[in-house]
Design a protein around this ligand. Structure first.
Ligand code: SF4
Ligand code: SF4
Ligand code: SF4
Length: 375
């Protein structure tokens, strides 16, 4: 059996690489920076942006290093005047059909296209022509699409298909009019996991909730998504004590992937409707035994739960806990433990939920305990 490794030379340095790896992989082993806008190590190589071009001895044209496999004895140049001219031209071509919107763009400061324009010193553009203009679409509250900022890197299409397994978007049309779109130009109607937003290197895909919340210099708070037992690791990007956006890092148990809840459902944290003090019913006997309507019927609506001051009064935690213990004991003594049920919340920690079921079983004496995330 032959060796599974090959030795090649990049910019005068020898490197040993796996046989099935690419020239770009080998260059990164040597910490050589080769620019790319479409490469993503988790996705099938695309070779679309043509920025990672390298010269290979014995080959008449530059090759895309993200898609070309290494070979024994290969001699590669990652940067020459010719290659840098080609790369600069490719960035200029991308910018020739790009809105100059950096001042307002949510991605500015964290945009790979902006970074390359800065690196190559591109202020004026030699190329002029038709510019794409698209009306804003979608009325979902999560993802904003500004497709005139799309550079066709295909990362969103690939991650949606290869990793998320949804295939909600794909390339439509041809040539200059090629566009990433849901089928038949319909509004985006998918899982809204935001994986596409996370990989988009430009401001084409952003979170709607990011708008005007700040773009840089966030304080990062590492935490665990409160919604379900998967326990995905999330990073809260905080500015002025407010969550500006949520993302997840690659070196986490969920490898940077999140669902719609983890990535976008954080507005409850700063909601005006959020209860911050315990409330006690003013007339509990009436409410417990005689109330015909469900007083919480609106609590999950967007209007939120608005306590009626005629029915509730604020209490301290000590008073509320004493009162709860007293009422639970009264009800248990009168009707037995199985008339009591406990519903735990996904917004508590695992430890809180563990203690809650323990309390229901050991202190109250019932197995009537469940969790909102089970449905
Ligand atoms: S996508 Fe990047 S280059 Fe384009 S406007 Fe936004 S920040 Fe500027
Ligand atoms: S939000 Fe998720 S499901 Fe929807 S297009 Fe993006 S990656 Fe695909
Ligand atoms: S929307 Fe973003 S990720 Fe998708 S192809 Fe365009 S630039 Fe790439």
């Amino acid at each position: 059996m032959g060796s599974s490794k090959v030795t090649l030379n990049i910019d005068g340095k020898e490197v040993i690489a796996e046989k099935n790896s690419t020239i770009l992989d080998a260059a990164r082993k040597l910490e050589i920076t080769i620019p790319s806008l479409c490469h993503n190590p988790d996705l099938v190589p695309f070779g679309g942006c043509r920025l990672c071009l390298v010269e290979v001895a014995g080959t008449s044209r530059p090759v895309a290093s993200c898609a070309a496999l290494v070979q024994e004895g290969m001699r590669v140049k990652s940067s020459t005047n010719y290659l840098e001219r080609l790369r600069r031209t490719n960035v200029e071509l991308l910018l020739s059909d790009h809105p100059n919107d950096c001042m307002l763009c949510e991605r500015a400061g964290n945009c790979k296209l902006q970074e390359l324009a800065y690196y190559y010193g591109i202020r004026e553009n030699r190329f002029e022509g038709i510019r794409r203009e698209y009306p804003e679409q979608d009325n979902n509250p999560f993802i904003r699409r500004e497709m005139e900022k799309c550079i066709m890197c295909g990362q969103c299409v690939r991650i949606c298909d290869e990793i998320q397994g949804v295939g909600a978007i794909d390339f439509a049309y041809k040539g200059l009019w090629t566009k990433v779109s849901p089928p038949f130009e319909k509004d985006l109607d998918c899982e809204f996991c935001g994986q596409c937003v996370a990989v988009c290197p430009t401001g084409a895909l952003t979170g709607r909730m990011w708008a005007s919340k700040g773009r840089q210099k966030f304080r990062e708070v590492e935490t665990v998504c409160p919604y379900c037992g998967c326990g995905c690791n999330i990073t809260l990007a905080v500015k002025k004590n407010e969550i500006a956006r949520v993302y997840s890092k690659k070196d986490t148990v969920n490898q940077g992937m999140l669902c719609v809840k983890g990535r976008f459902a954080y507005d409850f944290v700063h909601s005006q409707d959020r209860l911050t003090r315990p409330l006690i019913r003013i007339n509990p006997a009436k409410d417990l035994y005689l109330h015909q309507e469900n007083p919480y019927a609106d609590s999950s609506s967007s209007a939120g739960f608005k306590p009626d001051p005629a029915q509730f009064r604020e209490a301290s935690w000590e008073e509320a806990l004493d009162y709860t213990a007293l009422r639970l004991k009264e009800i248990k003594d009168r009707h037995g433990p199985d008339v009591i049920g406990g519903l735990a919340s996904a917004r508590c920690t695992n430890e809180d939920n563990y203690l809650f079921q323990k309390f229901m079983r050991m202190a109250v004496g019932t197995n009537n305990v469940d969790h909102c995330a089970r449905y």
